[in-house]
Ligand binder design. Structure first.
Ligand code: NAD
Length: 476
């Protein structure tokens, strides 16, 4: 007789839950059928803890099945979910909202896990990668559901469960995505709440999650304030912080290729990506030629007067005293190039992807992470001057930098000076995440805490198991 073990286990777990226990002796609420939606932080963490205990008893094959549901829903329902994200957040570009869900679906999963071994005279030691437990994930408005899907695949592949505090302006699509993932997993494998979401997220709910004793690890994707808040907690935090990626173009570059790459990267989702090209430093010798190449490639140049006018409306000042700083103006953040142009009374065709213009280093568009499709181009005396300016603009975030050059020494010099997590040569920024370059993707690039492009292994603890004097099958 064929026995469906998964089904039996699921029925047993459901009975145990109804009886008020999770099979491990710990008290639990009945959170099955909630599909991960919670307003209460305590309940969300309890449900995710219960789900963690259940997941720990499942096989790796079942973990792959769970992750396959998240991949399938993200990919198959991308148009509906991407449209929902666009309508809710009102920033970025619809096609890219849709494409990013495909990107999220393709990040590394269970197959990425591996063990290491030391084999020698004294036997065998194996290092395995174990889950942390329940992870608190904070996600940005710039890619709400893609970050959640990506984090879920990485974290659950590693055997963890997750409670997400999404950005309030992307909370509805976050909740809908989480509900769909959980419902599919529950119906197939009888396990719910592997991924929980706070449906009315606030800074207070984020803080309560950070401090909850049953949260084993914090994983934050966002700007400076949340990065700082996470790193101040007395528990491990993996922080994917802000960037302000500079581009350097030297006299040996293929200028048409550089222009096409800058447009592709800087205009993607209207410059919302943390890796997107944010300012360009060009050696004097080819400055005018690169500007002409940008024109040819379809970007629209603003003249000096237009740049000044646009800077006045698109950069705002916030904070008081020593905390006063420039930020992108809300009306323009993530909006189309045509909307930006309209802000200064200029009309450009709706299909224009990027505006650009010459500025000097002191223009606020250089230091500010603008997240809108206008990029400042700054003249540099030579490669050393360009790299020095790029270094200042990056603020020591050590996030992402680009160079367009055919001089390997200049590439090396910039790579060493910038010390960034991603360094892309002769391509668009996305190439650093496997889109048009080699390697894999993630929506969380851990920068200040140093884990880099996150994978399932990022969310694991090392455990070593040693057998003394035996199990090495080789002779002396
Ligand atoms: P944000 O910093 O405004 O918000 C990010 C998340 O943090 C949101 O969920 C928000 O509610 C929460 N938050 C903000 N302040 C907080 C605090 N003090 N305590 C607890 N939670 C807090 O950023 P955003 O506008 O949503 O996203 C854009 C930013 O995120 C950019 O700076 C971008 O570079 C960065 N980002 C980085 C990566 C990366 O992989 N390194 C990826 C995406 C975005």
């Amino acid at each position: 007789m064929h026995v469906d073990e998964t089904l039996i286990r699921s029925v047993v777990e459901q009975v145990l839950t109804r009886l008020g226990g999770n099979g491990n002796g710990a008290a639990s609420g009945n959170y099955q059928g909630r599909f991960g939606l919670f307003t209460d932080v305590g309940q969300a963490v309890a449900a995710a803890r219960e789900a963690f205990e259940r997941l720990s008893r499942r096989t790796l094959a079942e973990r792959k099945q769970i992750v396959a549901h998240i991949r399938r829903i993200s990919a198959d329902q991308r148009v509906e979910l991407g449209t929902m994200e666009m309508e809710e957040t009102k920033i970025g570009r619809l096609q890219h909202k849709i494409d990013k869900l495909i990107g999220a679906a393709s990040v590394p999963g269970v197959e990425f896990l591996h063990s290491e071994v030391f084999s020698g005279d004294h036997g065998l030691s194996v290092i395995e990668h174990a889950p942390f437990g329940v992870i608190c994930a904070i996600t940005p408005v710039t890619h709400s559901l893609p970050t959640i899907a990506c984090n879920a695949i990485s974290m659950i592949s590693a055997g963890n469960t997750v409670v997400v505090n999404p950005h309030p302006s992307g909370r509805r699509v976050a909740a809908e995505g989480v509900r769909r993932f959980n419902e599919a997993i529950y119906r197939d494998l009888g396990i719910d709440n592997l991924l929980c979401v706070i449906t009315e997220p606030t800074i207070e709910t984020a803080d309560a999650l950070f401090k909850h004793r049953d949260i084993n690890l914090i994983a934050v994707t966002g700007g400076q304030a949340v990065a700082r808040a996470a790193m101040q907690q007395p528990k491990r935090a993996i922080v994917a912080g802000p960037g302000n990626p500079p581009v350097v173009v030297d006299e040996t570059a293929d200028l048409d290729r550089a222009a096409r790459s800058i447009i592709a990267g800087a205009a993607y989702d209207n410059n919302l990506l943390c890796i997107s090209e944010k300012e360009v430093f060009v050696v004097e010798q080819v400055f005018d030629a690169l500007m002409a190449a940008m024109d040819r490639a379809g970007a629209v140049r603003l003249n000096a007067h237009e740049v000044d006018a646009f800077t006045k409306v698109a950069i705002a000042s916030v904070g008081e005293g020593e905390h006063k700083h420039d930020v992108p103006a809300r009306d323009f953040l993530g909006k189309d190039a045509a909307v930006l142009a309209r802000g200064i009374g200029k009309t450009v065709p709706a299909n224009v992807e990027l505006l650009f213009g010459e500025t000097d280093e002191s223009n606020p568009f250089v230091p500010v992470e603008q997240m809108m499709p206008f990029v400042p181009f700054v003249r540099a005396r030579d490669i050393d001057d360009a790299i020095a300016k790029a270094k200042r603009a990056e603020h020591g975030f050590r996030h992402t930098a680009m160079i367009h050059s055919n001089n390997v020494r200049n590439m090396t010099k910039m790579g060493r000076a910038m010390d960034t997590t991603l360094f892309v040569k002769n391509g668009a920024s996305m190439a650093g995440l496997g889109l048009g370059g080699e390697g894999y993707a993630s929506f969380s690039i851990a920068t200040p805490t140093g884990e880099g492009v996150t994978t399932p292994l990022t969310f694991t603890r090392e455990r070593r198991c040693t057998m003394v004097d035996d199990l090495r099958i080789l002779g002396k």
